[in-house]
Design a protein around this ligand. Structure first.
Ligand SMILES: Cc1ncc(COP(=O)(O)O)c(C=O)c1O
Length: 329
């Protein structure tokens, strides 16, 4: 049994992306858990049990279940919860194809898992050649390419999903966060019909995944965010915010770079301010503007996709006042 909003949302997601099948869950971690299980099960069915290894990347973040913290590339999230699930989870260097070549094998690797723009790990976009290289390596080694778009998806980069920006299509994609527009817990795992066949009825499931309320809200979100003028608006707002932050960075010598895509931006602290990202967050709060951090060296910005231009201007003014006070100390 299913429900009409779930069917409608699945059809919309399939119409708008590479996907032919959708599995609904309640959080990013659950969508990734489903993705990793599916990758293993697909390899098990097609090639046998030896092909179960997963390659992911240092500094990546995929959620907080035991499997997802183990695939994630930040050991602090696994600390005290070991042992990690056994059976070969390897962490390569992000944006370094040679480090993947050294780990991948036709006999053992079932999947390569990557965030097209590493979020928690410092708002680090993948190089286009790197993602294309991963696609080619996966094809060569019969491994599935999994994109974790929990943070980069649903319009965040100015594209409905970031894989479109790179023109590199994964076999499995996970989506959450913005999918519910901030209200209901909702997540989705998108894939092809061929791959989805390995996760038949009874192999995986969720009580609330695909509930009618969450799907109805997500439908409205996707219908809105996928409109070309909304996505174009994200790119325009991004330029304004990026330029404003870079100007502040230069004026006060605090940022060496503003990187990211669309409205997922990371301001990288200069040598002198290394390790002090939280000071910027706190200074911002004192002036009534909320920023986020991504690690100790990056101030992260991820505002609403429809933030009014005047709010961006006010935020920049307030943030500048915060930086002025912080640097005068
Ligand atoms: C890239 C990425 N994957 C997965 C997750 C986990 O999502 P959730 O907190 O909904 O489980 C996050 C959350 O920050 C994320 O940024």
């Amino acid at each position: 049994m299913t429900n009409e909003p779930a069917l409608r949302l699945a059809k919309t997601l399939c119409d708008l992306t590479f996907a032919e099948r959708v599995f609904f869950a309640n959080s990013g971690a659950e969508a990734n858990e489903a993705a990793f299980k599916l990758a293993r099960r697909y390899a098990w069915e097609h090639y046998g049990p030896e092909k179960h290894e997963i390659i992911s990347f240092k500094n990546s973040f995929h959620g907080r279940t035991l499997f997802t913290v183990s695939v994630g590339g930040q050991p602090k999230y696994l600390e005290g919860f070991e042992p990690a699930p056994p059976g070969g989870i390897h962490h390569a260097e992000f944006n370094n194809l040679d480090s993947v070549k050294a780990l991948i094998s036709k006999e053992k690797t079932c999947a390569v898992v990557v965030e097209p723009v590493q979020g928690e790990g410092g708002v680090m976009p993948a190089d286009p050649e790197f993602l294309q290289g991963l696609r080619d390596l996966c094809n060569e080694h019969n491994a599935l390419l999994v994109f974790d778009e929990v943070q980069s998806g649903v319009g965040r980069t100015g594209y409905l999903y970031a894989y479109e920006m790179y023109d590199v299509t994964p076999d499995i994609l996970s989506s959450a966060k913005g999918l519910g527009g901030g209200f209901p817990p909702v997540a989705a795992m998108l894939t092809t019909a061929k791959v989805a066949a390995s996760l038949g009825v009874g192999t995986h499931g969720s009580t609330y995944g695909g509930n009618a309320l969450a799907c109805a809200v997500a439908q409205k979100v996707i219908d809105t965010v996928s409109q070309p003028e909304i996505l174009k608006g994200v790119k325009a707002r991004s330029e304004k915010l990026r330029k404003g932050m870079m100007d502040i960075g230069e004026r006060y010598g605090v940022f060496s770079e503003v990187r990211g895509a669309g409205l997922l931006l990371g301001c990288v602290l200069t040598e002198q301010w290394q390790g002090k990202a939280k000071d910027f967050l706190n200074a911002g709060l004192d002036e009534g503007v909320m920023v986020l951090v991504a690690g100790a060296n990056v101030v992260r910005l991820a505002p609403s996709l429809i933030i009014p231009e005047t709010d961006i201007e006010e935020a920049l003014e307030r943030f500048e006042a915060a930086v002025k006070k912080l640097t005068a100390k």
